[in-house]
Design a protein around this ligand. Structure first.
Ligand code: NAD
Length: 437
C-alpha cells in the first residue's frame, strides 16, 4: 500500500520505517527540515534501538522516502498523523495546533477513498471534530483514530508486533472501509492474531489516555507506599514483590523511585484532567491530580535525601548524577525526572556532573549550565554524593568497590531502587533508597 506519515518524531519516524519494512511504500513528512535531512540520509534524529537498521534497510529497498513537502502525501491511500500534542503553555490542556495544522495542510492533497488515520494522543472529541473538517473539505476522504501504544526504547518491536490494535472508526460503510484499509496496513499483525478492537472515535481516543492514566496511577501508588515505608521502617520492594504475586495486581510498574516523566505520561494525565473538566466531569478523574502531585514530589524527595546525606553544605559539594534521560534505552529528556533532579541540585549551588549513555546531547540543549561527562569514572571522581536517577544497565553494573575508590565520600542515593543495597553497603557506601530501610 502507499502510505504517508505526517510528523516524523519518536512516533512517526519509527512508524514510517516499520511500515516500509513491512512492505508498504511510505513517504515520511515533517516540517522540521533538519530532521528530514537526517532521516533522508539514513540517520535517525534520536536514539531508538533497532531504528537505524530498519531505516537503512527500508531506504535501500526504495520503499521509504522523506520530504518536507506535504504535497508528497498525494497518491497515498492512508495518511497517518503522528505530530506532537504537547502540554499547552500556561495550561494543563493538550496543544492541538500541530494536529490541526497537519490536517489542514493535508486537505488539498486528499482524494476520494483516502483514509486519514490519527495516531497522536488527543483529548476525547478531537477525532469527531476533525472528521467534520475532512468531510467539509469535500475530498471524499474519511478519518479513523488508531492510538499508538509504543514504548520508547522498544518502539520498533512495539510497532511491528503491537500487543493490541485499536481502530476508532465512523459508523456504517465508512467504518467498514476504514477497517478494511487498516487491516491491510497491519496485515502481518492481523495474521499473527494480534487482539483487535474496532470501536468508535471516542472510545479509541479514551483507550490511550486511560491506559496511560492507569500506568501513571500504578507508579504513584507504589511511590506513595514507599513514602509510608520510609516513616514506618517497611521495605517497599518486598511489599511490591508480595502484592505483585497477586495476578490481579501484577508486579510490573510497581517500582518505587523518582517517578515517571517523558513526552507522554505527565502531559497525557494533565490533558485528560483538563478535558474531563471541560466535559463537566473533572470529579471523575480528580485523583489524577494527586497522581501527578505524588509523582512530582518524588523529585523533591530525591533532592532532599541528597541534601540530608551530604556531610557538607550543598553549595560546596560535588554531586555526581547518573542518568538524564527519562528512562533507559532512550535519549528523550522531555519532562525527565533525572534531568530535573540534576537541575534542582545545580540550582541549590551544587557542582553537578551528570552522565548518561544517550541523554547528554538533548540535556545540554535544554540546560547548558550543567556539567556533563561521557565517562562514569570522571563523573564519580571526587564526588561528595552520587545520585542514580535513570536505571541504565551501565549504572546497575557499576562495581561499588571500584566506585568507592573514586569518590570523596561514598554516599549513594538510589533514586530508582535498582542497586543491590547489601553489596553497596558491604563496599563501604552509605546507601539510601526510597522506602528501603
Ligand atoms: P515528537 O515531538 O518527537 O514528534 C512530533 C513531530 O511532528 C516533530 O518532528 C514535528 O516537527 C512534527 N510536526 C509538527 N507539526 C507538523 C506538521 N504540521 N506537519 C508535519 N510535521 C509536523 O513527538 P512524539 O513523541 O513522536 O509524539 C507524537 C504523538 O504521538 C504525540 O501525540 C504523543 O503523545 C504520541 N505518542 C508518543 C509516544 C512516544 O513514546 N513518543 C507513544 C505513543 C503516542
Amino acid at each position: 500500500m502507499k502510505l504517508s506519515v505526517i510528523g516524523c518524531g519518536y512516533l512517526g519516524a519509527v512508524h514510517a520505517s516499520a511500515m516500509a519494512e513491512l512492505g508498504h511504500e511510505v513517504v515520511g513528512i515533517d516540517i522540521d527540515a533538519r530532521k528530514i535531512e537526517q532521516l533522508a540520509a539514513g540517520k535517525p534524529p534520536f536514539y531508538e534501538p533497532g531504528l537505524p537498521e530498519i531505516l537503512t534497510s527500508a531506504m535501500a529497498s526504495g520503499r521509504l522516502r522523506f520530504s518536507t513537502d506535504i504535497a508528497d502525501a498525494a497518491g497515498a491511500q492512508v495518511h497517518f498523523i503522528g505530530v506532537g500534542t504537547p502540554q499547552k503553555a500556561g495550561s494543563h490542556a493538550a496543544d492541538l495546533s500541530y494536529v490541526d495544522a497537519a490536517v489542514q495542510s493535508l486537505l488539498p492533497h486528499l482524494a476520494a477513498g483516502d483514509l486519514v488515520v490519527g495516531k497522536s494522543t488527543v483529548p476525547v472529541g478531537t477525532a469527531a471534530r476533525l472528521a467534520d473538517v475532512i468531510e467539509a473539505s469535500g475530498s471524499g476522504a474519511s478519518l479513523a483514530w488508531n492510538p499508538e501504544f509504543l514504548r520508547e526504547g522498544f518502539a520498533v518491536k512495539d510497532t511491528i508486533t503491537p500487543d493490541r490494535l485499536v481502530y476508532g472508526v465512523p459508523r456504517g460503510d465508512a467504518g467498514q472501509h476504514a477497517t478494511a484499509l487498516l487491516n491491510e496496513v497491519y496485515a502481518s499483525a492481523i495474521a499473527a492474531e494480534t487482539p483487535l478492537i474496532v470501536t468508535d472515535y471516542a472510545t479509541a481516543e479514551l483507550v490511550k489516555v486511560a491506559a496511560n492514566a492507569f500506568l501513571a496511577t500504578k507508579i504513584s501508588f507504589i511511590n506513595a507506599m514507599s513514602e509510608i515505608a520510609d516513616v514506618s521502617g517497611a521495605n517497599v520492594t518486598e511489599l511490591a514483590d508480595a502484592i505483585g504475586f497477586d495476578n490481579r495486581i501484577g508486579r510490573r510498574f510497581l517500582n518505587a523511585g523518582v517517578g515517571f516523566g517523558g513526552g507522554c505520561l505527565p502531559k497525557d494525565i494533565r490533558a485528560f484532567t483538563a478535558r474531563a473538566e471541560e466535559l463537566g466531569r473533572g470529579d471523575s478523574v480528580a485523583f489524577l491530580k494527586e497522581v501527578d502531585t505524588i509523582n512530582m514530589r518524588q523529585r523533591q524527595r530525591v533532592v532532599a535525601m541528597t541534601l540530608q546525606a551530604l556531610d557538607k553544605p550543598v553549595y560546596t559539594a560535588k554531586v555526581a548524577v547518573l542518568g538524564l534521560s527519562f528512562k533507559p534505552h532512550s535519549d528523550d529528556v522531555r519532562d525527565s525526572p533525572a534531568l530535573d533532579v540534576a537541575v534542582q541540585l545545580r540550582g541549590l549551588g551544587a557542582d553537578v556532573v551528570a552522565t548518561d549513555p544517550q541523554g547528554i546531547e538533548n540535556s545540554r540543549l535544554r540546560h547548558p549550565q550543567l556539567t556533563y561527562s561521557t565517562s562514569i569514572e570522571e563523573t564519580l571522581r571526587g564526588a561528595d554524593a552520587v545520585v542514580l536517577v535513570t536505571e541504565w544497565a551501565e549504572f546497575k553494573q557499576i562495581d561499588p568497590a571500584w566506585a568507592a575508590a573514586l569518590v570523596r565520600v561514598p554516599i549513594i542515593i538510589d533514586g530508582r531502587n535498582t542497586l543491590d543495597a547489601h553489596a553497596w553497603r558491604a563496599a563501604g557506601w552509605t546507601y539510601r533508597g526510597l522506602g528501603r530501610p
